[in-house]
Design a protein around this ligand. Sequence first.
Ligand code: FE2
Length: 461
Amino acid sequence: MNIIFNQFTHVWRLLTSPEKVVSLSLPMLLACLAILAAIILFVFASALALYKLKTKFLREVQTSLLTRYNELQADHKILGSQYKRATNAPAITHLDDKVWHEEETDFIFKLNEQLSLALERNAVAKYIVESVHNFLNVQKTVLILREHGTKTLKIIYALGLQKPTTEEFSLKEGESISGFVIAQNKPTLVEALDKDHYFKAMNKESYLEGNFISVPLVFQKDAIGVLHVCNKKNNRPFSKSDFSFLVNVAKVGAIAFKNIILYEQINESYLKTIAALASAIDARDPYTKWHSENVTRYSVAIGKEMNLNYQEQEMLTRAALLHDVGKIGIRDNVLLKTEKLNNEEYEQIKLHAAKGDEIVQSLSFLKEASLLIRHHHERFDGKGYPDQLKGHAIELGARIIAVADTFDAMTTDRPYRKALTLQQAVEELEHCKNVQFDPDVVESFVKILKRTPEILSPPHK
Ligand SMILES: [Fe+2]
């Protein structure tokens, strides 16, 4: 080793000497080259060893990290399933919450849009119950309203109940769970009625069972009803989202029903005014004392039998009550004449249809009824007055009033004849089908008379 070192030192001196004189013997040169080769080989081997060591280390680190990652992932899955079991929520909770929220918002928006202009309580109740029932996928949905005046609670529409339960249902104010929810103005979630001694003891509603939510319909602190949803069809319990969703549905429903109640109250006042006016007209002639009332009762029954919608029935009621309002302008000596009218007098009487139309046209709430009043003496064969309309060109309401008007005239005493019997009057109506009257209207009325002959005997008679 010393010899090699000495030779290497000697070579180094020669190379770095200022004289730059190179006088190497061949053996020495070979020795130097061998030394250099050994050095290069040593460096290369060391680098190779270091590279292998580093690769092995990195591989071990990577394996360790992968193992830890897999362990963490397994822990996450266990925690996820435990959370799902605990909350009964889907694994991807945040995403589902977002989807649910959007669906709920859409539902409330659509509900509000549908109900904002609705004025018929049964149609509104049906829409709310059916849409909530399907949206929450529940076994039963029941909508109860407090009756105006009596304050008793009545089912207005329900799904999932047996029909007798719906028809027989009636509760006093404050009674049972419905009464409690309305009186307390408090939305309530019952997880299991059997285990809830407080609500179980007060319950008188057989359809309430298991897991249910009851929310009051409140408008400006006035609870007007209650909405119940019972048991989800997939047997999952109701969530907080279901609860807040129903509270929002009840808010929209309460506004709709409050509008309807106000509309009905205004309508009632209008009808009372019209009825008073009609009575004043009828009172001019003792033989027609209850005529307007009778014609209205028959017309409303025919309208229902022929499935007229709510607005059509409203219009028909008003028109029937006021169908002879134009007689105000007919002189007593003509109107009250008991003998046969001459042609001129008859022409004067005929004017009452057009005069009635003119009188009510100026009142906005009667404008739609004016054409029915104008055309209640038109005939199906086109030979009536004042416009000689024919067949279905005559408004259905006017065709109905025509049948009701003639039937009442036939079944009440007149100065020149006694009232016909029910059988005779029905035969006369049948005889005049397609000539004076719409056959469909006559058939509907005959059905009513056969089914409910007591329609002829109102309380005042
Ligand atoms: Fe008339």
